[in-house]
Write a protein that binds this ligand. Structure first.
Ligand code: WT7
Length: 653
């Protein structure tokens, strides 16, 4: 790993909101007097009833609770909209850039966004949606996605956004898990010129068991494609919304009332519904957005994430809008119609702050410098990355080519569970090292532990934990609070376990090394190995499957599947393709295995546990083949010979 230090550029520092001394001061205060620090953070929001206490949390299992600003009341939609009207009603809140570069962008002011959200809030109420009900949002990257989220927040309905790349089965599972009453979708989405049949996917999902809770489907007309409407269930969004009044009295929410559910993969079982609440989440999203992106009036801020992921929630919608910023929303993909698309959009809209994923940077890096240089990018002043470790080569390329050496890079580490950024440079305060997320933000208490949970001091490598709560922390797994506690607080009692491995260097900089559990990070998206395995074994030809992550040039990690076929089924290229397509259909394209190896048997212990360590090593092997000594002790296997056949097959690939 590179240990090259990039100092804060002097001109950036001179103009920055926040410098090194501010960081030291705030960090110290946050540890010395957390109550005072967090009470001050909360003041950035508008509370209809002020809180009297900020922090009320305990990770001790006997007395476990996480409450922030608990006796305060507020509404997230009011904080993102109404609060800005007097001062910046005519400022653009959302710039929408369509998939097709020749189609018209949209610019929506805070006043217009407020009016549309009020209309939808009224419409949802008229359709019987009340505080606490769940609403599933399955939309492309269009402004209606933000409208839908904020309208739910306005009436206290809990939104569950499902990424547009998920399959009907995945939608159905997510609807069933939280018993959604209403679904908001579109006729189709568009990505890279390809239409995504969103409404058709919802239709199919709603045929599946467990989805009968859905009473209404609102359909945004986006591409104009003809889609069958099933009356009275399906209603056109515009037809229902246009006639509604454009004012609405927001429902005051307790700080700890749920704001949204977002499903994410874990190391076992089905995706879990990560539950975030209103006050703490919004405080943290807004605070970190301003701090990490050095937000200033006039910024055109662009986060390329889809609203289907937490990055889209916190840094396309809630953080920027709570801060009264201008947030750019892009429907398309980085390489369509050509690999200069991102930079063309930057020039078209004068983007100043740009936030994307390492996988996108690597994909563009492969296309060379010409597509970048073709566009000016003069407006850019700050770059960010998120989702997975960034390799130093990609970091340097992003810095030198995209940012022309003048833009600091913020490598932001966080998780769906954390609600917002926890470890990241502050661009005017923190010298950066390519590949390191650097240091914790004020209020964040990371630590490293060994396998037994002993705290490691100084320069060390271990598992990353957090010693205390922060306001944006998830509060529960929807419908299964015990799973929340078991997953995050039992491994190391008294600490939140992130699931990540991490190194800390002598300067106290954190270097995330990746997941240490059975979660794979594919292009910055989380996938549970168990989910892919259960999709594979659902195929009639498959007896058994084991899935691990393996290094992938563009995606960071790719999905490597070992498949044992049922007796009498012969492996073939056609079957391999069929199985990959099967997973794609069951879960969605992001889960499709990149490699699929036939496995006459899987390496198991005598008690029947699959030894993934061995499978990982075989999958990781480069062109030199598998280094047998790296496989460790295989003598405890029920049948050590299976390893030989797996290695043979791998080397022949
Ligand atoms: C996992 C969380 C955070 C929003 C997008 C992903 C990995 C995330 C970084 C980073 C190294 C990172 C971790 C984490 N990760 N950001 N800057 N450097 N690793 O959210 O799907 O909940 O995934 O992504 O492994 O645990 P997520």
């Amino acid at each position: 790993m590179s240990d090259r230090i990039h100092p804060v550029p002097a001109d950036f520092e001179a103009a920055a909101n926040y410098r090194a001394a501010d960081y030291e001061r705030d960090y110290d205060e946050s540890v010395r007097d957390p109550e005072a620090f967090f009470a001050r953070l909360g003041q950035r929001l508008l509370w209809s009833r002020p809180y009297t206490r900020a922090k009320d949390t305990s990770y001790r299992l006997e007395d476990f609770h996480i409450r922030w600003y608990a006796d305060g009341q507020l509404n997230a939609s009011v904080n993102c909209l109404d609060r800005h009207l007097a001062e910046r009603g005519d400022q653009v809140a959302i710039i929408w850039e369509p998939d097709d570069p020749n189609a018209e962008p949209r610019r929506i002011t805070y006043r217009q966004l407020h009016a549309r959200v009020c209309q939808l809030a009224n419409a949802l109420t008229s359709l019987g949606v009340v505080k606490g009900d769940r609403v599933t949002i399955y939309l492309p990257m269009i402004p209606e996605a933000a409208v839908a989220m904020l309208a739910c927040a306005r009436i206290g309905a809990i939104h569950s956004v499902v990424f547009g790349g998920f399959s009907p089965d995945s939608i159905a599972n997510r609807i069933a898990d939280c018993s959604s009453k209403l679904v908001i979708t579109a006729d189709e989405g568009l990505r890279g010129g390809k239409a995504i049949p969103l409404k058709a996917n919802v239709d199919e999902a709603l045929k599946k068991p467990g989805t009968h809770s859905v009473e209404t489907v609102l359909v945004v007309r986006h591409t104009g494609a003809g889609v069958p409407m099933q009356m009275p269930r399906d209603r056109w969004f515009d037809a229902v919304v246009d006639s509604q009044p454009d004012t609405h009295e927001a429902v005051p929410m307790d700080a700890e009332d749920p704001l949204f559910i977002l499903y994410t993969s874990g190391s076992t079982g089905k995706p879990k519904g990560v539950l975030h609440t209103t006050g703490g989440y919004l405080v943290w999203a807004a605070y970190t957005h301003e701090l990490v992106f050095d937000l200033k009036p006039g910024d055109i801020y662009w986060c390329t994430a889809d609203v289907g992921w937490v990055t889209g929630h916190s840094y396309v919608v809630y953080g920027p809008l709570a801060n009264g910023a201008t947030s750019l929303m892009f429907e398309g993909v980085p390489t369509y119609p050509d690999p200069g698309r991102f930079w063309q959009v930057c020039d078209r809209h004068g983007v100043t702050v740009f936030y994307t994923a390492p996988t996108a940077i690597r994909a563009l890096m492969r296309e060379g410098e010409a597509p970048v240089r073709k566009h000016s990018r003069r407006s850019l002043r700050l770059l960010g990355t998120v989702g997975e470790p960034i390799n130093p080569e990609a970091w340097e390329w992003y810095h030198r080519v995209v940012g022309e050496g003048r833009c600091p890079i913020v490598d932001t580490w966080w998780q769906t569970e954390t609600g917002g950024i926890l470890i990241s440079p502050i661009p005017g305060a923190t010298p950066t090292k390519p590949g390191s997320a650097t240091r914790p933000l004020p209020g964040v208490r990371p630590a490293l532990v060994d396998a037994e949970g002993r705290l490691l001091e100084g320069a060390a490598e271990g598992n990353l934990v957090l010693l205390d709560s922060w306001p944006g922390q998830m509060r529960s797994v929807f419908g299964d609070h015990q799973r929340f506690i078991d997953t995050y607080f039992k491994t190391y009692p008294g600490m939140y376990f992130t699931g990540d491995g991490c190194r800390r260097d002598a300067d106290g900089y954190y270097w995330i090394t990746g997941r240490v559990d059975d979660v794979i990070n594919v292009s910055g998206h989380r996938m549970g190995t168990a989910e892919v395995e259960s999709a594979l074994v659902a195929h009639p030809a498959v007896a058994e499957a084991a899935v691990v992550g393996a290094p992938h040039d563009i995606k960071g990690q790719g999905i490597y599947a070992y498949v044992t076929l049922k007796a009498g089924v012969e492996p073939s290229e056609a079957l391999r393709k069929e199985l990959v397509a099967h997973v794609r259909k069951e879960i969605g394209p992001i889960a499709a295995p990149d490699w699929l190896q036939w496995a006459p048997g899987l390496p198991k212990t005598r008690s029947g546990k699959i030894m993934r360590r061995i499978l990982r090593k075989i999958a990781e092997a480069g062109p030199e083949g598998v280094d047998r000594s790296s496989l460790g002790d295989t003598s405890t296997l029920a049948d050590p010979a299976v390893v030989d056949s797996l290695v043979r097959e791998r080397q022949a690939r």
